[in-house]
Design a protein around this ligand. Sequence first.
Ligand SMILES: Cc1cc2nc3c(=O)[nH]c(=O)nc-3n(C[C@H](O)[C@H](O)[C@H](O)COP(=O)(O)OP(=O)(O)OC[C@H]3O[C@@H](n4cnc5c(N)ncnc54)[C@H](O)[C@@H]3O)c2cc1C
Length: 496
Amino acid sequence: MIPIRTGQDHIASLRDGRDVYIYGQRVADVTTHKAFRNSVRTVASFYDFQAQPGVIDTMTFASPDTGRRVNRCWQLPESYAELADRRRALETWAELHFGFMGRSPDHVASCISGMFMGIELFEAYDKKRAAALRDYYRFARDNDLFLTYVIINPQADRSKSAHAQADPHLAASVVDEDAEGLTIRGAKMLATSSIMANEVFVTCIQPLVPGDEKQAVSFAVPMNVKGLRVLSRKSFEESAVSSFDNPLSIQFDENDAVLYFDDVKVPWERVFVNQDIDMTLKQFHGTPAHVYQNYQCQIRLLVKMRFLAGLAHHIAEANGIVAFPQVRDSLGQIAAEVGLVDGLLHGMEAKGGRAGAYFVPDRHLLYSAQTLTQQLYPKVITAIRDLAGGGLIMLPSSVADFDDPLLAGLIEKTQKSPAFTPQERVKFFKLAWDALGSEFASRHVQYEMFYAGASFVARGHSYRTFDWAKCKGMVDGLMASYPTPGQPVGETAAAE
Ligand SMILES: Cc1cc2nc3c(=O)[nH]c(=O)nc-3n(C[C@H](O)[C@H](O)[C@H](O)COP(=O)(O)OP(=O)(O)OC[C@H]3O[C@@H](n4cnc5c(N)ncnc54)[C@H](O)[C@@H]3O)c2cc1C
């Protein structure tokens, strides 16, 4: 049997000639480039972690086809108990990065696993495309691959649909179709983790309209496929000064990139939807895919919220303000907000139900969580910054200041705290700034606000999946119990 994937296996798999660009240059090797190497090592450590004897059963399960141990993110739960086992694995992995890696390998794996749970939908659509998806799920699972995805068309003119942009191939779309497969040209945003993923799943989750058929595709390709260009944003890892100064940016910068498909050939065995608007949307919402991918996000966010609450309490201790009633009030509010995320997560599991053979978290509680946490995250960050005051800024320029005896002495005299030594105080507030205010932290606010779509999109899902009939029925029942002028008791004019 093939042994479990290791960190070294993962690092080796990224030395594949992928076409990544940053700061005007092509990257020869993402695993050694200073913009990416630490994050690559962080992800590699996740694979090493799950292989350890003490956690291997929590983190992995035996592939039903090969027997190889692979991460539980590929597991298809058939009961609440299996869902909870799977969650414990995802939560444990998220604790390794304190929730700061949004597109860790379990995110898109959850999406593809959810799509596979709805394979009947693909069977009804097209048997060959269903076979492609089935084979791909098994291939990705059995190799425990790190997948990322790009499911959003690049911003340009959002008042026009995909095909009506000035360049009809601005968004990745079909330019040719032959016996081998499709040829794809155009861009997609925003490929988080793509520099350290093995493959990318490409499709469109935004609503498409008639005329957008060429953009209505769904496929997966390796990150080194010919013609795929990866245009990285600025690296926070590279601009991090040291692990003392930027303890999060230096190791958890998962990177984001624009992908450009420069006439990329996609073989039919990797095409799951071909130029079908209805099916492009249904692959997410007619299967458990969208629920599973966003359920993973809530598991990760809970870990991050706990970490942020820990920061908040330490800030209060560091400045001797923890006993002030107003500060306890703020901490109590933050604690309640962590409880909200915790409660919604466990609620969506407990209220989950069956979809065919599988157990799926409750859709509406998931979309409630998504809607509320998009708003909550910037609010919690602001609340913690409010507790911290100027301590986030009243800091030596870098760890190098400690090397100068004069400066070290002045730091000793000025960085005072009832809870920390001067050196610990600086260390702690540098960490707090990296989580709350640095460029890395600011990107995280944008991430939590947008990773699952703009806020009106999340609210739309909440509206669509809520049990309005039950709620309106209560109102109607009460109104029917007392007379309306001109109508017999029992009759009401329902709005819908
Ligand atoms: C840090 C980060 C990482 C990301 N990682 C990924 C990833 O790995 N994979 C991926 O596929 N995507 C990723 N995304 C993209 C993410 O899915 C999108 O940002 C999100 O779907 C919103 O789309 P948009 O950014 O184009 O915003 P837009 O859709 O352009 O919306 C921006 C704002 O414009 C207004 N607006 C736009 N359209 C309408 C409308 N129809 N009605 C009313 N108001 C409107 C709203 O105010 C909205 O908030 C990432 C985004 C961020 C910020």
